[in-house]
Design a protein around this ligand. Structure first.
Ligand SMILES: *Cc1c(COP(=O)(O)O)cnc(C)c1O
Length: 352
């Protein structure tokens, strides 16, 4: 069977209006990569898989929801879409909108969007507006604009985004034959954790695939769901989860509670350390994408989670190429040498 994208593959399980007209870049169908060595490094005794969402067409999981939101908007004749973004939503909305022949406007917090995401939004032809404010300010503004004008809102307040994103849960169950025991992911605006929980529950009702316990992970400087109140000035290197007032916060807390899991916070240091560790195992992700696994490691080392004999799936939400500056800042710059064999030999195999 030729793969034709999320709506073609799972459309019958997604609650989308009849007028929905598929706009796809063949998103989804991302690899579930076994990570046996990394599991050993973390203490061993369990099965670990990374759902590598960075391999979607615009480099993040946002494409799963965006194909649904843009397909719905296109089907009812919308001419323009708008979103607030920490970066990946912007790139995804821009790509799917232009594919559908629609205008796309994105509003982002100035100076807080990773280079690869901003470049993507511009390359796909979106009108990019930076504001002197946070993601949360940007979200308030786009909600007002979309209420006053005929421009479709494609943030995860849009219910079709969540419908499309359920496909991640379906894929995991289809590949493993059942839901994992634990399921870990980063939490920002909390749309993804909400839709995964919707997806796992729907598949369980349909196919008795079981339900995972969910570990949602925020960054310490941006952890409203852990603190129990909004954060006015969220800060973290993991810019994709730099959100102080998650739009789906209530549903995220419900997902954690109903699944017998929890939402925790980890430090930026722990996130960056896990980003390096994942890369050392061949999977390079942007910082936010390492948060889920950093959280799992935190709870393992604190003795708060027992994974013996368990199957764990961690979602790595976006590709490392989205945020090249982090690598430039964190890691060693390449050596510069004259183009002479002697110098190269000395550098490669040591002094003669
Ligand atoms: C959007 C995003 C998140 C956060 O997802 P939410 O649905 O907002 O919780 C995490 N990681 C990456 C790479 C993202 O783009």
């Amino acid at each position: 069977m030729i793969y034709q994208g999320v709506l073609n593959r799972y459309g019958s399980l997604l609650d989308l209006p009849a007028h929905t007209t598929p706009v796809t870049l063949l998103e989804g169908n991302t690899p579930l990569i076994p990570m046996p060595r990394l599991a050993e490094e973390l203490g061993g005794g369990f099965e670990l898989y990374v759902k590598y969402e960075g391999l979607n067409p615009t480099g993040s999981f946002k494409d799963r929801g965006m194909t649904a939101a843009i397909s719905e908007a296109a089907g009812r004749g919308a001419k323009a879409v708008i979103c607030a973004s920490t970066g990946n939503t912007a790139a995804s909305a821009a790509a799917y909108a232009t594919r559908a022949g629609m205008r796309c406007v994105v509003i982002i917090p100035r100076g807080k969007v990773a280079a690869g995401k901003l470049a993507g939004a511009i390359a796909y032809g979106a009108r990019v507006i930076q504001i002197d404010g946070s993601f949360d300010d940007a979200l308030n503004l786009v909600v007002e604009v979309s209420n006053k004008h005929p421009i479709a809102l494609v943030n995860s307040l849009n219910p079709y985004r969540l419908e499309g994103q359920k496909s991640g849960a379906f894929e995991i169950c289809d590949v493993l034959g059942s839901a994992p025991d634990w399921f870990c992911l980063p939490v920002g605006n909390a749309g993804n954790i909400t839709s995964y929980w919707m997806g796992f529950r729907q598949y369980n009702a349909l196919k008795q695939s079981g339900l995972p316990q969910i570990l949602g992970v925020q960054a310490e400087g941006s952890a409203p769901l852990v603190l129990g109140h909004p954060v006015d000035h969220p800060e973290t290197v993991a810019t994709a989860i730099r959100i102080g007032r998650p739009a789906r916060g209530e549903q995220a807390l419900e997902a954690a509670e109903q699944s017998n899991g929890r939402i925790i916070a980890v430090s930026d240091e722990a996130i960056l350390a896990m980003q390096k560790r994942l890369a050392a195992n061949g999977v390079w992700v942007e910082p936010a994408s390492a948060a889920g696994l950093a959280g799992m490691r935190h709870d393992l080392e604190a003795g708060k989670i027992d994974l013996k004999g368990k199957r764990v799936v961690v979602v790595c939400t976006g590709h490392g190429m989205k945020d090249p500056d982090i690598v430039a800042k964190q890691m060693e710059a390449p050596t510069v040498l004259p183009a002479r064999l002697a110098d190269i030999e000395e550098a490669v195999v040591g002094a003669k």
